[in-house]
Design a binder for this molecule. Structure first.
Ligand code: PEP
Ligand code: MN
Length: 265
């Protein structure tokens, strides 16, 4: 069980320090699944920033189920994220899939994401633990809470105390109407078990844009410290995860709705 106070993860963004933690305002991370081109990432950054997000998310290296699906633009997408960071002032969160890319990702990212599929890639966990940028650790789609906390422990034990835990839905029997089952019970359970900050990703959790707002509200009611929401300027044309992406307009509306529910945004 947890001993002592909740810890804070302080991230330095171009606009200043943003703090993830129980005693701090909700932090919202938003952006497309993948960085597709300069125009779309810069536009998304500006629009989510105007709506109140503090971080831009966007994949340069994508863990796709099929090797024939779009794999992300890689290094050139990192340059576009750097550009969007400069233009918007937002912090950047992007995924590392391979330790070989960690240095160049950590150079531009303010928070390095380890995705669900790599939650138990122990050599990667040791490496993100041995570098200074904060780490967002997503829960594996079939991982127990114990396994997830032990994965976080690998990062902490390697010397990096700045870990944020992100629930993104677990695999259950029903895949007909939801992509995953968003396990919001982790919020109170993690509060009891760990001092680490908590993030909820309803976009990957449910898989359909129309269900995302309700689950974002529920996540706040459950006490989450932060949210990750996929937003795309034209979801129908998205190269990945379009069906679960909100338009910038819908995201803006959601941010206003969230402000009413709980912790000030
Ligand atoms: C993502 O955040 O785009 C992603 C691939 O998430 P997950 O690892 O949770 O599937
Ligand atoms: Mn995605």
């Amino acid at each position: 069980f947890r001993h002592g106070e909740a810890s804070e993860v302080v991230v330095n963004t171009p606009d200043g320090a943003v703090v993830f933690g129980e005693q701090h305002p909700l932090v919202v991370v938003a952006g497309p699944c993948s960085v597709e081109n300069e125009e779309m990432i810069v536009e998304t950054a500006q629009r989510v920033k105007a709506a109140g997000a503090k971080f831009l998310r966007g994949g340069a290296y994508k863990p796709r189920t099929s090797p024939y699906a779009f794999q992300g633009h890689g290094e050139s997408a990192l340059d576009l994220l750097a550009k969007a960071r400069e233009v918007s002032g937002l912090g950047i969160i992007t995924e590392v899939m391979d330790a070989a890319e960690l240095d160049k990702i950590a150079e531009i990212a303010d928070v390095v994401q380890v995705g669900a599929r790599n939650m138990q890639n122990f050599s990667l966990l040791k490496k993100v633990g041995a570098q200074p940028k904060p780490v967002l650790l997503k829960r594996g789609m079939s991982s127990t809470i114990e396994e997830w906390l032990m994965a976080a422990e690998y990062i902490l034990a390697a010397g990096n105390p700045n870990v944020i835990l992100c629930e993104r839905g677990i695999r259950t029997f029903d895949r007909q109407y939801t992509r995953n089952t968003l396990d919001l019970s982790v919020v109170p359970v993690l509060r009891k078990l760990t001092h680490l900050p908590i993030m909820i990703d309803p976009s990957h959790g449910v898989g359909w844009a129309e269900f995302v707002p309700a689950m974002a509200m529920a996540a706040i009611a459950s006490g989450t410290d932060s949210l990750m929401i996929e937003v795309h300027p034209n979801p129908k044309k998205a190269l990945s995860d379009g069906p679960q992406s909100l338009t910038p307009e819908r995201f803006d509306q959601l941010m206003q709705e969230l402000a009413v529910v709980g912790k000030a945004v």
